[in-house]
Design a protein around this ligand. Structure first.
Ligand SMILES: Cc1ncc(COP(=O)(O)O)c(C=O)c1O
Length: 407
């Protein structure tokens, strides 16, 4: 008997690394095994990984949360009331989104669960989801898990990885139901500019589509680039589900707290199914999240660190022969064009072997990721350790470039 024959075809092809190698760094035990062997992991978008980095104010809240004992209990499946109020305040001040904490906000166990839950009510068998390529790997897979079909929409390096509405228009069919974007984008760090978002949103409204917008990386935007939440653009509030996280800019990925924001009619359904699909989010972590969102010094300190890191990383990576890299626009990722040195798999493999660093191949981010690798330059608390890893990557790739005759 092949047990997989009994499975739903949305799930049958998933591979967890038990029977074959999986290239995604976050699947199976691969990364954990490499870490145990002393490799540096710069393939998880997790600030300061693996070093301790709980801000003191959050730590204090968590200790209190355990001392007073209530944390052994559930919160409501839609999330702690005070946290939803804190989120509403943040949404108004930072995103210009007016959200009622009792009607428009749902706390989720991380934003990964929020991302697929945001799609589930909408995607019927065969529905098409337009997904920029490259983008977060889950964006392609989630469409399939929901029964739909992800339709990649290419972004181009020469256009600074901005979305071009013509590329979306070309792929519009009678089955198109949704546009799904990560904004700022992972892996490119691109902040989608207002004029491009306005065109894209006009296309969404005119064609009566839904937008799911993943804003996990919204906290740190550099060079004064304007950040626009698409839910605030004309006609978008009632057709947009925005998904947020405290894992990235705030750096509390282990807390597993995210939140979904949407109009009452969408949220009524999401509230209705929350216990079935999400369970409830960790009670103590939600208390920690309140402090994390209220303590402005956390984002401020992280911003300063990531601003410095992106420059250091850019300086090192842009000096490697045969490698092209743009200054990151947001967050703590570097996206390197290594196409002159080999395929994305070959170069990632070479770095693993020669520099003892796990980085991401570009291909899980979509077909347009071939010829690229992603490096999480925001890893490690200690800047010297980070620099040491950047330089090991540089030394390895410089040798590879020499082998290829690139000076
Ligand atoms: C673009 C993007 N969105 C969402 C997530 C999910 O993060 P979390 O579930 O920790 O909130 C990730 C994690 O890597 C991500 O890169």
């Amino acid at each position: 008997m092949n047990i997989k024959d009994k499975m739903n075809n949305r799930f049958r092809d998933l591979e967890g690394g038990l029977f074959s190698k999986v290239t995604k760094a976050d699947v199976g035990e691969g990364a954990g095994n490499l870490m145990a062997q002393g490799y540096d992991i710069m393939a998880w978008a997790d600030p300061f990984f693996p070093d301790p980095s709980i801000p003191p104010s959050v730590k204090e809240t968590m200790i209190k949360a355990f001392e007073d004992g209530f944390s052994s209990h559930y919160t409501m499946p839609i999330g702690n009331t005070d946290l939803r109020r804190t989120v509403a305040k943040k949404l108004w001040e930072k995103n210009k989104i007016k959200a009622d904490p009792s009607r428009n906000i749902l706390i989720t166990p991380g934003s990964d669960s929020g991302l697929i839950y945001a799609m589930m009510p909408f995607i019927c068998e065969g529905d098409e989801v337009l997904v920029p390529d490259p983008s977060y790997p889950s964006n392609f897979l989630n469409a399939k898990l929901c029964g739909g079909v992800a339709v990649p929409v290419p972004l181009k390096e020469e256009n600074n990885w901005q979305p071009e509405v013509e590329e979306f228009e070309k792929r519009l069919t009678g089955k198109t139901k949704m546009v799904l974007i990560s904004h700022p984008n992972n892996p490119t760090t691109t902040v989608f500019r207002r004029e491009n978002l306005e065109k894209l949103c006009k296309f969404i409204v005119e064609n009566d589509l839904i937008l799911v917008c993943d804003q996990a990386f919204e906290d740190h935007i550099f060079d004064g680039i304007e950040f626009v939440s698409p839910a605030t653009l004309p006609g978008m509030w009632e057709r947009t589900v925005t998904v947020f996280s405290i894992s990235k800019g705030i750096g509390l990925s282990g807390f597993r707290v995210g939140y979904i924001v949407a109009d009452d009619h969408i949220m009524d359904v999401l509230y209705g199914g929350a216990v079935n699909i999400l369970g409830a989010t960790n009670t103590a972590a939600q208390l920690g999240a309140i402090t994390a969102l209220e303590d402005e010094s956390i984002l401020k300190e992280n911003y300063e660190i990531f601003e410095r890191r992106r420059r250091l990383a850019y300086e090192v990576f842009s000096s490697i022969p045969g490698v092209k890299v743009r200054m990151p626009e947001s967050g703590f990722l570097s996206w390197l064009n290594i196409s002159r040195l080999g395929t994305s798999a070959e170069v990632a493999e070479y770095i693993l072997r020669e520099a003892k660093v796990l980085v991401n191949e570009g291909t899980p981010y979509g077909k347009c990721g071939e010829g690229y690798i992603r490096i999480v330059h925001g890893c490690f608390r200690d800047e010297n350790r980070a620099l040491n890893a950047y330089n090991r990557i540089k030394d390895a790739l410089t040798r590879l470039a020499k082998e290829k005759g690139i000076a």
